[in-house]
Write a protein that binds this ligand. Structure first.
Ligand SMILES: [Zn+2]
Length: 461
């Protein structure tokens, strides 16, 4: 394997060579959405960033040697609130189901439009309650958790190196926490593993009564079930480092007695909109659906490939300023790229090297743009362009052409090639013009294998 992958690891704040635990099964976990509302572009960023990493890992280790788990959090107090608001006439469980199904479906449509592959597994929290209860029982058994006032809490002081990821000393973490509401906690930083549910809240039977899990334990349970006690890469947005990822680490390491939960922790930077922090009250809160399907942003719709490319034009660890200007810039690039069919050809090595250097998508996009221009001039480069664009998930799709039209065009293209061979240039040009008038663009080149003249065509965009 000639590609050396280097990744920046939040655990030690260093970029180091990536060594999978098992090259036959490289395992990555990324925190997925809590399904109560439309995904905003801050949610879209990790979906896109880790999709590029997933594609790169598949390229390096083989498609069937990478397991990517991205969960769906379908139990959360925000979901309950939304269910009561939107479906007041339904029994609570049905209302919750209606909210989570509708939102999960919308999320899948959004990420598909953004060109993201489906993860290998997409576990739902509510299908993994048993696993959560088992981990909590373990943590109580080995002295890392305790029961107080209807809650099971993780005892942060029981773990000597709590704070490994965020590097926040425990005292500093606790300084900002309001003590008054947390009188039942041994330490102010202790967090909920399980809490009791009232009759109008969703709940599952447990040794501590009918209740529901805290958020952090969900990811510890699902990653353990699908990826094991220690796995390769854990990803998410920068805002998840503390407390969410810190607490995932605490739970998993204390339950399994391991040195780490995942070897590499990767975090994407923040997303701003038009230079300002996204906020609903400021009116600059932008959902993926709004961009794709409404004219709320810049007075027009934005196709998914533009949104994706705009994201990849900034390195994943840098903050992004999401703006109309940036989207227009991405659109200008895409307009100059040829449409091509996906190809089994090897992607451009410069692009692989750029991505292998901690996902340098900025350099990769630059090179892809240059390659697009080269392929526009020389059709034999189209397969390499297509393979490289696929690696980034930004291959412009050929416009759908119905079979009858495609057959007619193929026949005219073949006839034109005959005319060119016979040096009947006038007739060849006439056919080219006739096709052009129908919106068909021809590209002449040479077949890479045989060296023979060949012509490809596409519908002008
Ligand atoms: Zn998580």
């Amino acid at each position: 394997m000639s590609v050396t992958l280097k990744l920046y690891n939040t655990l030690n704040r260093e970029k180091t060579a990536f060594q999978p635990i098992d090259a036959d099964n490289v395992r990555m976990y990324v925190c997925g959405p809590t399904v109560y509302d439309f995904a905003h572009i801050g949610n879209a960023r990790p979906a896109i960033v880790f999709d590029v990493l997933f594609r790169l890992l598949r390229h390096v280790y083989g498609d069937s040697h990478v397991t990517y788990a991205r969960n769906i959090t379908d139990v959360d107090d925000k979901i309950n609130a939304r269910a009561l608001r939107d479906f007041p006439h339904l029994p609570l469980n049905d209302a919750i189901h209606a909210v989570t199904e509708k939102t999960a479906k919308q999320f899948h449509a959004d990420v598909a439009a953004l060109g993201c592959l489906e993860p290998t597994v997409e576990p739902r929290a509510t299908d993994n309650i048993e696993q959560m209860v088992a981990i909590i029982e373990k943590l109580i058994g080995n002295g890392h958790a305790y029961v107080a006032e209807g809650e099971v809490l993780f005892d942060t002081r029981s773990m000597t190196d709590y704070g490994q990821l965020s590097k926040r000393p425990l005292d500093e973490q606790q300084a900002g926490i309001r003590i008054a509401v947390d009188a039942h906690k041994k330490n102010p930083g202790d967090f909920v593993l399980w809490k009791l549910s009232s009759d109008n809240e969703p709940g599952w039977e447990s040794p501590w009564g009918r209740g529901r899990p805290g958020w952090h334990i969900e990811c510890s349970a699902m990653s353990n079930r699908y990826l094991g006690e220690v796995f390769d890469i854990h990803g998410g947005g920068l805002d998840l480092i503390f407390p969410h990822h810190e607490n995932e680490i605490a739970q998993s390491r204390c339950a399994h007695g391991t040195e780490v939960m995942a070897n590499v922790w990767m975090h994407n930077g923040f997303v701003q909109v038009e230079g300002r922090k996204m906020s609903k009250s400021d009116g600059n809160f932008v959902t993926v659906n709004q961009l794709l399907a409404t004219q709320d942003f810049g007075g027009r719709q934005w196709p998914g490939e533009i949104l994706r490319l705009a994201m990849l034009m900034t390195h994943y660890r840098e903050p992004i300023d999401f703006s109309i200007k940036r989207l227009e810039e991405a659109e200008r690039l895409l307009a100059k790229w040829p449409a091509a069919d996906a190809s089994d050809t090897a992607p451009c090595p410069i692009i692989i090297d750029a991505l292998a250097d901690d996902l340098n998508t900025v350099a990769a996009v630059q090179r892809l743009h240059a390659l697009a221009q080269e392929a526009n001039a020389d059709a034999t480069l189209l397969p390499m362009f297509a393979a490289s664009a696929t690696l980034l998930g930004v291959l412009p799709e050929k416009t759908e052409v119905d079979e009858a039209l495609a057959g007619a065009v193929d026949a005219l293209v073949a006839m034109r090639l005959e005319m060119l061979k016979a040096k009947n240039f006038a007739e060849a040009d006439r056919i080219r013009d006739e096709l052009s008038a129908k919106g068909i663009q021809l590209k002449d080149g040479k077949d890479a294998a045989t060296g023979e003249r060949m012509t490809t065509w596409e519908v002008k965009r």
